[in-house]
Write a protein that binds this ligand. Structure first.
Ligand code: PLP
Length: 863
């Protein structure tokens, strides 16, 4: 008989063991090996059966076992030590609190440093904290999870918000002929490390969001505790909801546009309401800063505007100004098809009745998402228009984003577009193998301070032989895992156990192991390695220097193209001639990923440059001494230094994609066969590949500290959260004086700007007739201010190189011009370059509350 429904009953713990429940529900155990060891010691067999999940362990472990542990002095001692360690971790001061103390000390001495925000809300559609809470699809979610964990380690007061999906993302298996098959196991939130937020009466607290046709979408709020950080997850599976609305949070990235916009409305608008409720319930400080992780949750800005209008009596423009000040938007994709967009009609359908965010004008909402195509509403554009500060996720991606979104700031050079970058990072304690952290002498406090003991000095005492032995152990562990998963996959594909003897000997723990695992959108080029199947075969089967290749990745369920690529790999790997050297493992997730990052010698990445915004899997491999072999895209573009791995040359400028793939695949084979493999197999007398190990050391030393999420979160705090909090305080204080002033300034600009004009200008060369580099020149201009005050604009001279066939200014230098009365401006500037130069004069808005001169997208150029 099959169960009609499933539900989970938590074990009742004997009183002396009650602390186990705290340790099991705070997800800090996921990156705290001593806590994992404690749970494993309860029953190591059950621990591995339940996949290292404390709550599941507690619900299945024998009651007698728990009774005897309740009397076991040794166990209780360890339990209480860990419980007080967690208590200190959660409540004690950490990096952020020390920074706050430093800043307030300086402020007492009269400095004008702005205080750090007392609370920051972080919105994301997915969070990958651990496979025990499968609420993510891939990189974006895992990045969000790593962000929370690093924020927790650093003591950053974050509240995270997202949705709880009843079936998470899909689980992947394969059909006999290698086609992806999707499963959607239903999760019972009561069996997950979650707590339901309830009223004092015990009834669930509900968030309400109005739907068209006078309907109401309600959602429960679950809380996961990620170290110090509460993660609120909204769940629409509420009895009072209509059936279709009950299913809003059924799956991550499943369903049509209508389903998706409902999810995003719930995450954004419902998300803000959940944060408000949570803060009122717990006394937690209300957030000063709102961080939108990718466009999906962008509707949160509309709810904040509604709050300012309803609660504080601001008009739309003032409310927009106030909401923008505390908002940070992070964009994650340079792939146009990856940008989240909705038909305008659909947005109109949900927002048109004006009861979803009452008082917020629908036309103004539509304008926030406007793009080139008048029929589409663009969530990234809205994100950018609703946030005073924005960033991409690597230096290269910042550059690509400035170019991609420059249309929102017409008249400015791409370099001036106000989108910065914070390069992603990964959470060291989550992704570095425990043995690696130990060997390199990393302690938890190091991890917090972002060192993880990977400075070269810190691990010089470790010998090459010692490090090599650990690398070999990790590779061996991966080989075991590959065999286990391959066998399971074949059983699922319909093979009989009797014919699977061969899976016990696939892969060899001493062979150079290359990993390639990621989602399967086209730009990641899963099958580039198959460009020349014979050439790959000869690399795999090389008599002295063989390579073994482990491949994994999920294709979006609606993407048959991606599934065909997977099938191509699977069919290749099914061939009896190579199947011992290449495998495709289905169901790539965090539980598989860690074995790959620990055990692979080389991490391969071959996206179509520059479409990989950052990429993080290579960072995780690097933390374990894996060497990257990658196209110079995303993070690798800025952190490859010539000896910490290999850069696959790109055929930049070759537009024919087929030819480009040929060239780049060829470069990949070439590198693997003639550089990577020979280095790996070049052994000293003790069997240690000395030159390889020096690259491993250099990788650990040069990348170890910078690829970590602690570095990333500190950058967010210093360059985004703190300035955003300061801006927010400036616009909100004294009854929203700043918001009102800035908004009225924007009104005045709107009225005058089309009439502002540079009437004429000239450039006077000093002294000698032939100007020399560095010689001062005087530039004068006369400007029609159209009623604006001279203090309300900046007039600048822009000097740069020009080429013989174009007046386009290059390598520009800008200098402010001084007001000399009567609309006259003047500046003296040294000539910045030799050769052919040109100049122009431009007028920009000036207001103390703008974060950048380009912010308003207004500029008048001399013509
Ligand atoms: C890190 C990670 C990703 C993202 O890797 P990219 O290099 O950004 O593609 C995806 N899935 C899992 C399971 C991961 O651990």
């Amino acid at each position: 008989m099959r169960a009609l429904r499933r539900f989970t009953v938590r074990a009742s713990l004997p009183e002396p063991l009650s602390a186990l429940s705290t340790l099991a529900t705070n997800l800090r155990w996921t990156w705290h090996p001593p806590t994992q060891d404690l749970f494993a010691s309860i029953d190591s067999r059950v621990w591995s059966e339940v996949g290292g999940d404390p709550l599941r362990l507690l619900s299945v472990v024998d009651a007698g076992k728990l009774e005897s542990l309740a009397r076991d002095e040794q166990f209780l001692l360890k339990l209480h030590a860990l419980a007080s360690d967690l208590e200190r971790y959660v409540n004690g001061p950490r990096w952020y609190q020390r920074r706050q103390d430093e800043i307030s000390g300086r402020r007492e001495r009269g400095s004008s440093d702005t205080p750090l925000p007392t609370s920051v809300a972080y919105f994301s559609m997915e969070f990958g904290v651990h496979e025990a809470l499968p609420n993510y699809s891939g990189g974006l979610g895992i990045l969000a999870g790593d962000h929370l964990k690093a924020a927790s380690d650093l003591g950053v007061p974050l509240i995270a918000v997202g949705l709880l999906y009843r079936s998470g993302y899909f689980r992947q298996s394969l059909s006999l002929d290698g086609w992806q098959v999707e499963h959607y196991p239903v999760l019972d939130p009561r069996g997950l490390p979650l707590e339901l937020l309830t009223e004092p009466s015990g009834l669930p607290l509900l968030v309400h969001v109005a739907m068209p046709g006078d309907r109401m979408l309600r959602a429960k709020i679950w809380k996961a505790q990620v170290g110090r950080v509460p993660l609120l997850l909204l769940d629409s599976d509420v009895e009072q909801n209509d059936d279709d609305l009950r299913g809003v949070t059924d799956r991550l990235y499943g369903g049509d546009q209508n389903h998706r916009i409902r999810q995003e409305i719930l995450a954004g608008i419902g998300g803000v309401r959940a944060v408000r409720t949570f803060c009122e319930l717990t006394g937690h400080a209300q957030p000063e800063v709102f961080h939108t992780n990718e466009g999906h949750a962008g509707f949160l800005g509309l709810e904040r505007i509604r709050e300012y209008i309803t609660n504080d009596g601001l008009d739309f423009d003032q409310a927009l100004t106030a909401a923008r000040a505390g908002a940070v938007f992070t964009t994650h994709t340079p792939v146009p098809a990856g940008i989240d967009r909705f038909p305008v009609d659909l947005v109109q359908h949900y927002f048109g009745a004006e009861n979803l965010v009452p008082g917020v004008n629908t036309q103004r909402i539509l304008a926030l998402g406007a793009e080139d195509n008048p029929g589409m509403f663009n969530m990234a554009h809205m994100g950018l228009r609703l946030a005073q500060r924005a960033n991409g996720v690597s230096k290269l991606h910042g550059e690509v984003s400035r170019d991609m979104f420059r249309g929102l700031w017409p008249g400015f050079d791409a370099t001036e577009v106000p989108i910065g970058s914070v390069t992603n990072g990964v959470h060291g304690p989550t992704w570095a193998a425990t043995e690696m952290s130990k060997l390199l002498g990393a302690s938890e406090s190091d991890a917090v301070d972002n060192k993880i003991g990977l400075g070269i000095g810190a691990f010089e005492p470790v010998t090459d032989a010692g490090l090599w032995e650990l690398r070999s152990t990790l590779r061996g562990r991966l080989v075991q895992e590959v065999r286990r998963r391959l066998r399971e996959s074949w059983l699922q594909r319909g093979a009989s156990a009797l014919e699977l003897g061969w899976t016990d000997s696939v892969f060899d723990p001493s062979v150079l192991t290359v990993g390639f695992a990621r989602r399967v959108p086209t730009y990641k080029r899963l099958t580039l390695m198959l460009r020349d199947p014979e050439r790959l075969r000869s690399l795999l089967l090389h008599p002295e220097r063989p390579v073994q290749l482990v491949v994994a990745g999920k294709s979006h369920p609606a993407d048959d193209g991606g599934k065909a690529l997977i099938q191509q790999i699977v069919r290749y790997a099914d061939d009896a001639g190579v199947r011992h050297r290449i495998v495709f493992l289905p169901d790539y997730d965090m539980s598989m990923a860690r074995y790959l990052y620990w055990g692979c010698d080389v991490w391969l990445n071959n996206p179509m440059r520059p479409l990989e915004a950052c990429g993080t899997s290579g960072m995780k491999a690097a933390l374990n001494g894996g060497l990257n072999l990658s196209i110079r895209d995303g993070w690798w573009d800025e952190l490859y230094d010539g000896s910490n791995g290999w850069a696959i040359p790109t055929a930049d400028g070759v537009n024919d994609p087929i030819r480009r793939d040929d060239l780049e695949a060829n470069a990949l084979y070439e590198l693997l066969g003639s550089q990577v493999a020979p280095l790996f197999y070049d052994r000293g007398e003790d069997g240690v590949p000395t030159r390889w190990m020096s690259m491993v050391r250099h990788t650990l030393a040069s990348l170890g500290p910078v690829v970590q999420a602690s570095r990333m979160v500190r950058e967010y705090v210093e360059t985004y959260y703190a300035p955003a909090a300061a801006s927010a305080q400036n616009v909100v204080g004294e009854g929203y004086r700043g918001a009102k002033e800035l908004s009225s300034y924007r009104h005045r600009l709107r009225a005058s700007w089309t009439r502002v004009r540079v009437l004429d200008s000239d450039l006077v060369l000093g002294g000698s007739s032939v100007p020399v580099l560095g010689a001062p020149v005087i530039v004068r201009a006369r400007v029609e201010l159209a009623g604006l005050e001279p203090s309300e604009v900046d007039v600048q001279v822009v000097l740069g190189k020009v080429s013989h066939d174009s007046d386009e200014l290059k390598d520009v230098v800008t200098a402010p011009m001084n007001y000399a009365g009567n609309g006259n401006y003047e500046a003296e500037v040294p000539l910045p370059h030799a050769g052919a130069l040109g100049y122009t004069v431009r007028v920009l808005p000036r207001h103390g509350l703008l974060a950048s001169p380009a912010e308003l997208g207004r500029v008048v150029l001399a013509s």
